[in-house]
Design a protein around this ligand. Structure first.
Ligand code: G1P
Ligand code: ZN
Length: 545
């Protein structure tokens, strides 16, 4: 095998965000840009030398080219064996599953998650460590430092590898296996859930479903698991063929972007009883019933309250975690069943230590992400199976399960308002302004709400004691309402301000208000405290979820 050294000029913009490095495709297409970042990963991951690595992505534009480049660089670096998904496809949860199952030293995932794809869209790359989870900040910081000073990278000189069928091949000494992306993941799901029970519900005709794969990576997984494995109804999977531009759509499973699915579920009594969608790389989920939306924070709480009813979790759960902006619905459940509930910064990587240390079984984020200790990533198909299994056990609709939950634990009205593409300096100033006045807000009253505490969230990891600061301004009110402000770490254009608003209502007679109405006064307070209109000139958010 001939290895060539190629000179590169370092880049100064390869700092990974909340979840890997994300940029416009055109940025990644600059000469040496991808290679510079990949070499920086290898240089900081000597554990890959002589070991197994997993490689795949969500199928977006540039996925295939990047797989070829990474294979040649992995061979040059001395990786011993690579498992790569057929056609370069692997969902994020499948990568995590494969790393763990095969004791791989790590994996590279090519994805910009829910960001739009295609030639003018976004591309991304993430590194996962041997536990199957996202690399910690200490690793991504080190990669960033290397990327700024790298002067050359190494590539094996060889032809492209055929990815369009399953086979074994090699580049020099490095073995490559092009594998079915679904098999191992589907097998793991079979161990966690009662497929027979779900299947009999489908075959009795009592349940029908619609899953929107949004032309992203979950299509093949959904077809194999829901249609074949569970014999779900015809039409159970829509938009099931992965496309490089996601069919021109925005593969983000929420009410705004999964419109087609929402229309199908809202079509009246003949509509399927259960609806779900996942994102570009298959780690997010949205759960809906007929004309009924399950807030992801509620979904985590409902899962926590009911996990013991499902085979994979029949021993009960040892603890639970949620990211800071996720509503505190799950806290109520944790309190009731007597388990610990951890509050972490935004991003799945903060759950890794808690899972590895057996402190938690379930975890989730308001951003349509939930998961468990079965892997170290959030997992869209898993969440759908969890709900299907729960419906099969309870023989109740999505709406009934959720309403019963609210009755027992109270309801957390919840919304997130996103203001996108704000000038970065204006956004930074706005956050700094709130940081400065945080201390003085305590005790202040806004309409019917009195501030109990206001601070800039800082997290001390209980396992390794690492400290992560400036994770969001949170305002807690004395009636358990809460507002959180933070800037997105995944955007590729200017800054995105996220405002998270919640209000706790115990009284079941008051569980039927439209969410924006229930939160109207708090939304007003949020705008007032952050001075959004004055500073950004924005009358209303770009996206409400
Ligand atoms: C967003 C979500 C966050 C999630 C991340 C990756 O990050 O808010 O919960 O972990 O995407 O899917 P943000 O853009 O807010 O930094
Ligand atoms: Zn994702």
């Amino acid at each position: 095998m001939n290895i060539i050294n190629i000179s590169t000029t370092p880049f100064d913009d390869q700092k990974p965000g909340t979840s890997g490095l994300r940029k416009k495709v055109s940025v990644f297409q600059q000469p040496h840009y991808l290679e510079n970042f990949v070499q920086s990963i290898f240089d900081n991951a000597p554990q890959l030398k002589g070991e197994l690595m997993v490689l795949g992505g969500d199928g977006r534009f540039y996925n295939k080219q990047a797989v070829q480049t990474i294979l040649k660089m992995a061979a040059a670096y001395g990786v011993k064996r690579v498992l790569v998904g057929e056609n370069g496809l692997l969902s994020t949860p499948a990568v995590s599953c494969l790393i763990r199952k095969n004791s791989a030293a790590g994996g590279i995932i090519l994805s910009a998650s829910h960001n739009p794809g295609g030639e003018n869209g976004d591309f991304g790359i993430k590194f996962n460590i041997a536990n199957g989870g996202p690399a910690p900040t200490s690793f991504t910081d080190a990669v960033f430092e290397t990327s700024k000073v790298l002067t050359e990278y190494q590539v094996a000189e060889c032809d492209d590898i055929a990815l369009d069928h399953q086979h074994k091949t090699h580049i020099g000494d490095m073995k490559i296996e092009v594998i079915d992306p679904v098999t191992d993941y589907a097998e793991l799901m079979g161990h966690l859930f009662d497929f027979d029970k779900i299947r009999s519900l489908f075959s009795s005709g009592l349940l029908s479903m619609c899953f929107d794969a949004m032309h992203a990576v979950t299509g093949p997984y959904a077809k194999a698991i829901f249609e074949k494995g569970l014999s779900a109804n015809n039409g159970a999977v829509i938009n099931g063929i992965p496309l490089e531009d996601f069919g021109g759509g925005h593969p983000d499973p929420n009410l705004a972007h999964a419109e087609e699915l929402v229309d199908i579920l809202n079509a009246g009594p003949s509509a399927p009883q259960f609806g779900a969608a996942s994102d570009g790389d298959g780690d997010r989920n949205m759960i809906i019933g007929q004309d009924f939306f399950v807030n992801p924070s509620d979904s985590l709480a409902i899962m926590t309250a009911n996990a013991h009813l499902l085979p994979g979790y029949s021993q009960g759960i040892c603890g639970v975690a949620r990211s800071l902006p996720t509503s505190r619905a799950v806290d109520k459940v944790a309190q009731a069943i007597g388990i610990e509930c951890y509050e972490t910064p935004t991003g799945w990587k903060y759950f890794g230590n808690l899972l590895d240390d057996n402190r938690i079984t379930l975890c989730g984020e308001e951003s349509f992400g939930s998961g468990s200790d079965h892997i170290r990533e959030k997992d869209g198909i898993w969440a759908v199976l969890f709900w299907l299994n729960l419906i099969a056990v309870k023989q109740q609709s999505v709406e009934q399960i959720t309403r019963d939950h609210w009755k027992q634990f109270g309801r957390h009205y919840y919304t997130r308002h996103d203001y996108e593409a704000i000038d970065s300096t204006i956004a930074d100033d706005m956050m700094q302004n709130m940081r400065d006045k945080a201390g003085s807000l305590s005790g202040q009253t806004f309409g019917g709400y009195t501030v109990q505490l206001c601070d800039d969230f800082s997290y001390t990891d209980p396992v390794d004691n690492s400290i992560t600061e400036h994770q969001g301004i949170r305002i807690l009110f004395d009636d358990e309402s809460r507002i959180v402000f933070r800037l997105s770490g995944t955007g590729t254009e200017g800054a995105t301000l996220r405002v998270y608003i919640e209000r706790y209502v115990m009284d079941a007679d008051k569980h039927d208000l439209p969410t924006q109405e229930a939160l109207a006064e708090l939304i007003e307070i949020a705008n007032q405290v952050a001075e959004i209109q004055q500073r950004c000139g924005r009358e209303k958010p770009d996206v409400i979820t």
